[in-house]
Design a protein around this ligand. Structure first.
Ligand code: RIB
Ligand code: CA
Length: 314
């Protein structure tokens, strides 16, 4: 079992990442799920997380975190994820309650008290993670790895910056410069896992409530990506983190130096990836550039079939 804390801003693709982590195919021990302002306001991201946990019957602490980035004002993306942050599916208001306290203190307490190392899996802006590293630097010794969705060699919020990094570039710089090992799933790889109509049809054939929920997520997310970016479906960005934790061999990574631009007028939020090692800076990040897409989707289907007691195909 690998201890993980999922830090997220659900978010259609965050929801799918949580489902993968909570599935019968997963050997992840979810210590808790923390929420952060990102796709929409943190309160809405928290409600979405509670709804997802209730649907999954996943009994783990859900702890709300940062309402805004470290330095600049909040930036949200309702045009991608809808006003609720998870438009499309219609889940009931959650009966489960949020856990008292702040996500940053929860992360610190869990990492400091865990007998095994903890993997942090942020799939939203890195505000909570940075605040935890600043407030209690000793957590560095007990963090196995930070497996994050963010960045890339191009942007989707500006030409240079991907949304999660752009929302809080100062926090991202704290994380990448922290000496904690980072494995990064940026747009170079996440744009290779697009849930096309064919994938949605395959998911639609799986007869359980989780697969129905995922299909509804993919339909809405796909429509916004078709309308916004002219894609043929929605890339399930965040799912790459937990799919990597289940089956790392799906992905091809390169160990490179990455830092974050926090000053550029046109490049604020850019993950500066030293692909050719021209800076002489020590590598600090496993950057994912490739994925076996058919194997990815086959495993994805297997994972969904396992809900409601379904048996995996031979
Ligand atoms: O740029 C994609 C990222 O921004 C994903 O994590 C998505 O959920 C949004 O947070
Ligand atoms: Ca996200």
């Amino acid at each position: 079992m690998r201890n993980v804390i999922l830090d997220c801003d659900p978010g259609h693709d965050d929801a799918i990442s949580i489902i993968i982590a909570a599935s019968a195919a997963s050997d992840l021990n979810i210590l808790g799920i923390t929420t952060v302002a990102g796709n929409v306001e943190v309160e809405k991201n928290t409600i979405n997380t509670l709804k997802i946990c209730e649907l999954l019957e996943l009994d783990v602490p859900v702890v709300q975190g940062a309402r805004r980035p470290l330095v600049k004002a909040s930036e949200i993306a309702p045009e991608i994820h809808g006003e609720t942050g998870m438009d499309g599916p219609d889940l009931p208001d959650p009966q489960v309650e949020v856990t008292e306290g702040h996500a940053v203190d929860f992360i610190i307490e869990q990492v400091m008290n865990s007998s095994e190392q903890v993997t942090l899996v942020p799939t939203g802006p890195l505000t909570n993670i940075a605040m935890a590293l600043i407030k209690e630097p000793r957590i560095i010794e007990n963090i196995d790895e930070i497996v994050l969705m963010g960045g890339g060699t191009f942007g989707n919020w500006t030409p240079a910056a991907e949304f999660n990094i752009f929302v809080d570039a100062e926090a991202a710089k704290v994380v990448y410069d922290s000496s904690v090992p980072v494995t990064m799933f940026g747009l170079d790889v996440t744009h290779q896992v697009i849930a096309t109509d064919d994938i949605i049809e395959r998911v639609g054939k799986i007869d359980n409530k989780i697969a129905v929920f995922v299909k509804e997520l993919l339909i809405f997310f796909g429509e916004t990506y078709k309308n916004h970016f002219g894609f043929n479906g929605g890339p399930i960005h965040d799912a790459c983190t937990t799919m990597y934790l289940l089956k790392p061999e799906l992905f091809k990574t390169e160990y490179l130096n990455v830092t974050v631009e926090t000053k550029g007028e046109y490049s604020y939020g850019m993950t500066v990836i030293d692909t050719l090692s021209v800076t002489g800076r020590e590598p600090n990040t496993n950057v994912a550039f490739g994925v076996d897409t058919e194997a990815f989707w086959r495993l994805f289907e297997e994972i969904l079939k396992l809900f409601d007691g379904g048996q995996p195909d031979e």
